[in-house]
Design a binder for this molecule. Structure first.
Ligand SMILES: C[S@@+](CC[C@H](N)C(=O)[O-])C[C@H]1O[C@@H](n2cnc3c(N)ncnc32)[C@H](O)[C@@H]1O
Length: 164
C-alpha cells in the first residue's frame, strides 16, 4: 500500500470491519464499517466477535501494539483497543486485518464515554500502558488513573475483576 496521509487513513477506517468510531462526545453513536451504526453496548462479544469470550480492553492503545500482541498470544479472548486518535488506531487495525486477528478490534472514542459503549460488567480486564501523564497542576482529572476514571472503570468491569 502506498504511503497514506492522515486523511487517507481516516477514509480507510470507514471501510475497516474491525473499527468503530464515535465522532461526537455528546452523542454516543458508533459508526462502523461503511457508515453502519451498530448498537454494541452489552453485545460486543456476540455481535462483533461472534462468540461469548471474555473481553480485554486496552485504554489509550495508541497504535495498538499491546492489543495485537495479546490477541496473538491469547486467541481464546477478545481484545479491543481504544484511543481517540484515528491515525494511530489505523495502524493497529490494518495489522489485525492483515494477520486475520479476528479477536482484535478497535474503538475510536474518548475514554470518558466508556460507559456509553459498554454495559455494566461487560469488560473482564482493562490494560493501560504509558498513558499521557498530565503532570501539570489542575490537569490531574485527565489522568487515566485518576479517581474519576477509576470509578468509570468500576462501572463496566465484571464483578470480581480488578485488572487495571
Ligand atoms: C502516550 S500515548 C501511549 C500509547 C500506547 N498506550 C503506548 O504505550 O504506546 C497516550 C495515548 O492516549 C490517548 N489518550 C489520552 N487521553 C485519552 C482519552 N481521554 N480518550 C482516548 N484516548 C486518550 C492518546 O490519543 C494517545 O494515543
Amino acid at each position: 500500500m502506498a504511503r497514506r496521509n492522515k486523511l487517507d487513513k481516516f477514509a480507510d477506517l470507514d471501510g475497516f470491519e474491525n473499527v468503530y468510531q464515535n465522532f461526537d462526545a455528546k452523542n454516543p453513536i458508533l459508526t462502523g464499517q461503511h457508515g453502519q451504526h451498530p448498537d454494541l453496548r452489552g453485545k460486543w462479544a456476540i455481535d462483533h466477535f461472534g462468540n461469548d469470550r471474555p473481553l480485554t480492553v486496552e485504554l489509550a492503545c495508541g497504535r495498538g501494539e499491546y492489543s495485537l500482541a495479546l490477541g496473538r498470544q491469547y486467541p481464546e479472548r477478545n481484545f479491543l483497543g481504544i484511543d481517540v486518535k484515528g491515525a494511530r488506531i489505523w495502524q493497529g487495525a490494518r495489522i489485525a486485518l492483515r494477520e486475520r486477528l479476528t479477536n482484535v478490534a478497535f474503538l475510536r472514542t474518548r475514554i470518558e464515554m466508556l460507559d456509553a459503549f459498554f454495559a455494566p460488567g461487560e469488560i473482564s480486564e482493562i490494560w493501560i500502558t504509558f498513558p499521557d501523564p498530565f503532570p501539570r497542576e489542575g490537569k490531574e482529572n485527565r489522568r487515566l488513573t485518576s479517581p474519576h476514571f477509576l470509578n468509570l472503570y468500576r462501572r463496566v468491569l465484571a464483578p470480581g475483576e480488578s485488572s487495571i
